[in-house]
Design a protein around this ligand. Structure first.
Ligand SMILES: Nc1ncnc2c1ncn2[C@@H]1O[C@H](COP(=O)(O)OP(=O)(O)OP(=O)(O)O)[C@@H](O)[C@H]1O
Length: 303
């Protein structure tokens, strides 16, 4: 479990994280979303003990990182896949990390297999593609078989196959009962990977929600088509609904849910040709939410 409590981090005059609180529990993928500079990396670095909070706390399994007795076995992370020694082989790179943590060669082989690098274990990292480096970073994160995993923008720069692979890995790690926090600035990506999202803007929590709740919250009404559209519109308005005609003859109905619209049409003996709840795309929802935070930020950023 990851717990962030009233976390604040300042870099000189810059308020990178501002009294941020959230919890990520085991068993699902939590997407950590926000525009560039929102404070995602800073929060993750603080959870991993790489940055000290100005105030508040970031805990892994109830403890600060520095208090963990066997950190590699409790939390794994991929922050920057590029930060590896190119002259080393994949196996040597992982052995270096494993050494001193009581992790043997068998586990090194196991994680290399899991990420699909078994065949290039003896090759120098210098010749690895970005996708292979990303896989190696995943292997390093998994080395100690930790229950908590943090990935900072893991799909950045990957091709569609690499993206799909990472997505499946995240989901399978969560299905194994691990706590998985993955950051991104792309809502479209998180809609496919995450079960829940934490959206931040300028260091503050804007929204914490399941993907399903988010879609429901941004519901825009129900699109209805019927042969007798004018008659239906009249009946809907009489029942208190908002009705906006669409250019192609459909009606966008607000204030009445799909079952109520269907029952009303039946009472008026009107045949429906379409009845579709419509919501803003998650991307639109995300932009709307983070735009609100831009207004807030303008006055509150550097203090
Ligand atoms: N070491 C540092 N020194 C000074 N300012 C920093 C430092 N690290 C981050 N910041 C600032 O803190 C703010 C938050 O940055 P952070 O990297 O955490 O955001 P992010 O959400 O991860 O963004 P991105 O998606 O661009 O990586 C930014 O204004 C950034 O410039």
């Amino acid at each position: 479990m990851i717990e962030v409590n009233e976390l604040t981090k300042r870099y000189g005059p810059t308020l990178a994280v501002d009294r941020l609180s959230f919890t990520v529990k085991p068993g699902y993928v939590a997407g950590f979303l926000g525009p560039n500079g929102a404070g995602k990396s800073t929060t993750m670095r603080t959870v991993l003990g790489l940055d000290r909070p100005t105030s508040g706390a970031a805990l892994v399994n109830g403890r600060r990182y520095t208090e963990l007795r066997r950190p590699l076995h409790e939390v794994g992370a991929l922050l920057d896949a590029g930060a590896v020694h190119g002259g080393r082989t994949a196996t040597d790179h992982l052995r270096c990390l494993a050494r001193g943590n009581g992790i043997g060669d068998r586990r090194v082989r196991e994680v290399l297999e899991r990420v699909g690098l078994g065949g290039v274990a003896g090759k120098r990292i210098g010749g690895f593609s970005l996708g292979m480096r990303q896989r190696l970073g995943m292997a390093a994160a998994l080395l100690g078989d930790p229950g908590v995993l943090l990935f900072d923008e893991p799909v950045n720069g990957l091709d569609p196959e690499g993206i799909r692979w990472i997505r499946q890995l995240m989901r399978s790690l969560a299905a194994e009962g691990r706590t998985v926090l993955v950051s991104s600035h792309l809502m479209s990506e998180m809609a496919l990977t995450a079960d829940r999202v934490l959206i931040i803007g300028r260091g503050r929590l804007i929204l914490e929600s399941s993907i399903t709740e988010l879609a429901e919250r941004f519901a825009q009404g129900v699109l209805v088509r019927a042969g007798a559209a004018t008659e239906l519109a009249r009946a809907l308005r009489a029942a208190g609904a908002d009705v906006a005609p669409e250019p192609d003859g459909g009606l966008l109905v607000g204030g009445l849910a799909a079952p109520a619209i269907s029952e009303l049409a039946l009472r008026h003996r009107i045949v429906l040709h379409e009845l579709t709840p419509r919501s803003a795309s998650l991307e639109e929802a995300y932009l709307e939410l983070t735009n609100e935070s831009v207004d807030y930020r303008a006055e509150g950023r550097a203090r």
